[in-house]
Design a protein around this ligand. Structure first.
Ligand code: PLP
Length: 364
């Protein structure tokens, strides 16, 4: 079966050398030398400051909320977010005692529609948690401004936005914080892992304590923290993947552009702003109807190709998230979308086969 994505496996020899180093130094976790090196390398690569490595992208969101004082532990709290995302965006809020309040997406960009945000704000709203979905830039100017006007924190779930620049600068610079996931299936990965990019140094310092149980010295515990530390093996994988990022991106870009050439005339693609420099992490396509999307999904499967219904269902339809309101645009896009296989070594024949199957189904 051809999967929708494949974890990028970097040079084994290089990884072995890092692991030899871990054995020699006998330092396995707790802000070890490789975690420190990866922090520096990522700040440089991404063109940002105040980056904190953590053990996964879901904890990145949760630590960001806590560090910014977004919490439902003392009084009821809400955060405005998008229903068109991976479940962790919303479930991480719920886990922090904050009720996710879904607001619909834009039909072209599939990101949170800022025009709908303002009227959804209530006295309980503490934050806006938008998602740069599939790496597309949210309307960051409008959302950052709404945050300022209403005194709300803005946390971007930037799990898909590794390496993306907007107007010549890292997209991760927007918001009070932006979070990344380094899960194995993501463009850049550490097996499991994640990071938070804070706007302010003092928030980074608070979060650093939080991820290490609130411990601040050999005999001092300042607050209730958690364990969200990245370990040295994760960092070693990250350093190796980062070294090969350019080749990986080049190969993915070629795959992405071939799909675009074959499919952009017959299917709806995600609309991105001119000023966005994309990372080729995903190739989502929207069909005319749910029936057509499901038919293509099934036919591809019969042909040994696993496309995926990302993101489906729209999260206001997930019962445990207790949402009250339907979000028609998100629901509609979610019902008609498929993500096609994309990874560096996807064979040319497989890719043309996928395009042919889709073309034939549309004509059937
Ligand atoms: C992958 C992902 C997460 C969760 O990241 P993990 O590292 O798997 O915990 C959160 N939000 C979005 C949008 C994601 O795609």
């Amino acid at each position: 079966m051809i999967p929708v994505t494949k974890p990028y496996l970097p040079s084994r020899e290089k990884l072995d050398r890092y692991i030899d180093g871990i054995y020699e130094g006998q330092w396995l976790t707790n802000n070890g030398p490789l975690v420190q090196e990866l922090t520096r390398r990522l700040e440089e690569y991404l063109g940002i400051e105040n980056l904190l490595l953590v053990s996964n992208g879901t904890l990145a969101l949760q630590i960001a909320y806590r560090a910014l004082g977004i919490s439902g532990s003392e009084a009821p709290a809400e955060a405005i977010t998008t229903p068109f995302t991976f479940v962790a965006t919303a479930s991480s809020l719920k886990w922090a005692g904050v009720d996710p309040l879904f607001v619909d997406i834009d039909a072209e960009t599939w990101c949170l529609d800022p025009a709908l945000v303002e009227s959804a704000i209530t006295p309980l709203t503490r934050a806006i948690v938008p998602v740069h979905v599939f790496g597309n830039a949210c309307d960051v100017e409008a959302i950052d401004e709404l945050g300022r006007q209403h005194g709300l924190k803005v946390v971007y779930d930037a799990s898909h936005a590794f390496g993306i620049t907007y107007k010549g600068e890292s997209l991760l610079k927007h918001g009070d914080a932006a979070t990344l996931s380094f899960h194995a299936t993501k463009l850049f990965h550490t097996g499991e892992g994640g990071a938070i990019i804070f706007k302010r140094k003092e928030d980074l310092e608070r979060a650093k304590k939080m991820i290490n149980f609130g411990i601040t010295g050999p005999e001092s515990i300042e607050e209730v923290g958690i364990n969200a530390k990245m370990n040295e093996f994760q960092a070693a994988m990250g350093l190796c993947v980062l070294d090969e990022m350019e080749e990986n991106l080049k190969a993915r870009a070629a795959v992405w552009h071939r799909y675009e050439q074959a499919l952009s005339q017959i299917l709806q693609l995600q609309a991105k702003p001119e000023a966005l420099d994309y990372n080729y992490a995903y190739f989502p396509v929207v069909f005319e109807s749910e029936e057509q999307a499901v038919r293509v999904l099934d036919t591809l499967k019969e042909n040994g190709v696993l496309a995926r219904r990302y993101f489906y269902p729209s999260l206001e339809n997930v019962a445990c998230l207790n949402s009250q309101l339907e979000q028609p645009v998100s629901k509609d896009i979610a019902s008609r979308i498929l993500c096609l296989p994309i990874y560096a070594e996807l064979a040319l024949e497989v890719q043309s086969h996928v395009s042919h199957v889709i073309d034939a189904e549309l004509k059937a």
